[in-house]
Write a protein that binds this ligand. Structure first.
Ligand code: ADP
Ligand code: MG
Length: 364
């Protein structure tokens, strides 16, 4: 049996594809595949939830179908392209990662597929290489222009810690979460209908910012290279909307590093401030929040014992992440379940999650 976790990003939103910093944790909502390797050159995989069965021919991978099987087929192709052995299997897949909710069920599916396809000795590559080939599967085969964060977190998770990742150098280090804080994920119950088109539009805005800034600052290759002073100097040559997008990314990168320091120092006031600033920036400058996400954050920050709360993931629905004192977890859950439906007409879901190791075999 192989497992691959979903992830929650603590802070650093829309920074991964700008060569910036992110702080995700792999979490104990995960996809598992129970499988038996076969000598056949194909995968026969059944979803436990729907009993749907799909067959993927490993020697002749068909073009994408616009279905969940694309994530498996694309992963098999990316592994083969990278020279990794790919084996046939028969298996069943079960998941506790909510789909399309910003907790990265797609990366969990890709990483579970890598481990099942690799066979009993596991993938013959380090976790960062595995994450990159899973990202390539999603970019090139599935056709979603995601950054590396999701696959990286699912592949490299560390028990009890978030991971600070520099998306340019791929340097990374675990950042232990304080033992006296619980990690709470709350789901808005809203589908991310605008998700992919708006995501691509934000990426294009960031590219336009880089193009305009690099006219004045030739060393700038991405928003990672831009600091606050440089951005202020270039303001006149940026359309207001493009300036706002860039302002979010530049400040968000700084907030990730500040959050690492605050977590290590146990400075909970600072963490609360940083999460609040990130949420406000995603709402007002990057414009990817929603009334439902804003309502969940508002309910959380007004609950005693909640240290920090913000939207997480790409936005337009999905989830919030909160750091909460243990004795405030049940009061927070109760308030969300009481107030959120009244304010939004939606049904929330709340999970207390724990940071776990990255993808691999389930030890028996
Ligand atoms: P997220 O990664 O935030 O959950 P995405 O839109 O990136 O959202 O990925 C969701 C897609 O991943 C689904 O539409 C489906 O194709 C696939 N997927 C994820 N988990 C499962 C699952 N348990 N069963 C079938 N397909 C899944
Ligand atoms: Mg995804």
């Amino acid at each position: 049996v192989v497992r691959a976790p979903g992830r929650v990003n603590l802070i650093g939103e829309h920074t991964d594809y700008n060569d910036g910093f992110v702080l995700p944790a792999a979490i104990d909502l995960e996809i598992r595949i129970a499988y038996r390797p076969t000598e056949e050159r194909r995968v026969v995989l059944t979803l436990v939830g729907s009993a749907e069965t799909a067959t993927i021919d490993l020697d002749e991978i068909a073009p994408r179908r616009g279905a969940w099987t694309d994530y498996v087929a694309g992963t098999a192709r990316a592994m083969a392209d990278a020279g990794l052995p790919v084996r046939g299997f028969r298996g069943v897949l079960a998941s506790t990662v909510p789909v399309g909710s910003g907790l990265s069920s797609s990366a969990a599916l890709e990483l579970a597929a890598v481990w099942a396809l690799a066979g009993p000795s596991g993938p013959a590559a380090d976790p960062v290489t595995v994450a990159r080939l899973a990202q390539r599967a999603e970019n090139e085969y599935v056709g979603v222009q995601c950054g590396l964060m999701d696959q990286f977190a699912s592949a490299n998770g560390v028990r009890g810690a978030a991971i600070l990742l520099d998306c340019r150098s791929l340097d990374h280090r675990p950042v232990p979460l304080p033992a006296d804080l619980a990690l709470v994920v709350a789901h808005t119950g809203t589908p991310r209908t605008l998700g992919s088109s708006e995501y691509n539009a934000r990426r294009a805005d960031c590219d336009r910012a880089v193009a305009a800034i690099s006219v004045h600052e030739p060393t700038v290759r991405s928003l990672r290279d831009v600091d606050r002073a440089m951005l202020a100097r270039c303001r006149a040559s940026l359309e207001p909307v493009v300036f706002r997008r860039a302002e979010h990314v530049v400040n968000e990168n700084a907030r990730v590093l500040e959050t690492e320091s605050a977590l290590l120092a146990g400075d909970y006031k600072a963490i609360g401030r940083l999460f609040a600033a990130s949420h406000a920036s995603l709402r007002d400058l990057f414009e990817v929040s929603s009334p439902e996400l804003d309502a969940l954050v508002d309910i959380a920050v007004k609950t005693t014992g909640v240290v920090a709360s913000r939207m997480t993931g790409a936005g337009f629905g999905g989830c919030t992440v909160s750091l909460v004192r243990p004795d405030a977890v049940e009061p927070l859950r109760a308030r969300i379940e009481r107030d959120y439906p009244v304010r939004t007409g939606r049904a929330p879901r709340v999970w207390v999650v724990r940071p776990v190791e990255g993808a691999g075999f389930v030890s028996s």
